[in-house]
Write a protein that binds this ligand. Structure first.
Ligand code: RB5
Length: 147
C-alpha cells in the first residue's frame, strides 16, 4: 500500500512518530510531502499535496496532520474524490474504514499523544471497508460532489 503523508507546523513531531509506525508495515511505502520544520505553513497547501496523490492514484491512501486535525481535514474534504476522517480515537478510525471507506486519515498533533496515534494508524491501515449498505451511503456521499 502506498501512502502519502503531510503535516503543517502544528504536527511535525507527530508526523515523525507516524512514519515510524508506517515503517512497521512491510507492505507500506510512504512519501512525506512536508512540512519539515517548525516555520508556519498553511495546512490547506499540505492537504492539497497529499490528496493530489490519492486522487491521481500515486497513493492508495493519505494521512494529513495539523494542530487539531480539523483544518486539514476540512481542506482535504473539499477535494473531489477524498473522504477524509478526523480520528483522534481508535474506534472512529476503525469505523471510518468499515463504514465510510475513508481514503485519508486526519489527526491532531496538539490533541493526541504518539501512543494513541500509533494505535489509530495501525487500526486504520488494517481495517477493511465492509461494503453492503455502507457502499450505498458512500456512493451518495460521492454523488454530493456533483450537485
Ligand atoms: C496552526 O496554528 C493551526 O491552526 C493548525 O495546525 C490547525 O490546528 C488548524 O485547524
Amino acid at each position: 500500500m502506498k501512502i502519502t503523508i503531510g503535516s503543517d507546523h502544528g504536527a511535525v513531531n507527530l508526523k515523525e512518530a507516524v512514519k515510524q509506525v508506517l515503517a512497521e508495515f512491510k507492505d507500506v511505502e510512504f512519501k512525506d510531502v512536508g512540512t519539515f520544520g517548525t516555520d508556519a505553513v498553511d495546512y490547506p497547501d499540505i492537504a492539497e499535496k497529499v490528496c493530489a496523490d490519492v486522487v491521481s492514484g500515486a497513493a492508495d491512501r493519505g494521512i494529513v496532520l495539523c494542530g487539531t486535525g480539523i483544518g486539514i481535514s476540512i481542506a482535504a474534504n473539499k477535494i473531489k474524490g477524498i473522504r477524509c476522517a478526523l480520528c483522534n480515537d481508535v474506534f472512529s478510525a476503525e469505523k471510518s474504514r468499515e463504514h465510510n471507506d475513508a481514503n485519508v486519515l486526519a489527526m491532531g498533533g496538539r490533541v493526541i499523544g504518539f501512543g494513541v496515534a500509533g494505535k489509530i494508524v495501525r487500526a486504520w491501515l488494517t481495517t477493511d471497508f465492509e461494503g453492503g449498505r455502507h457502499e450505498r451511503r458512500v456512493n451518495k456521499i460521492m454523488a454530493l460532489e456533483n450537485k
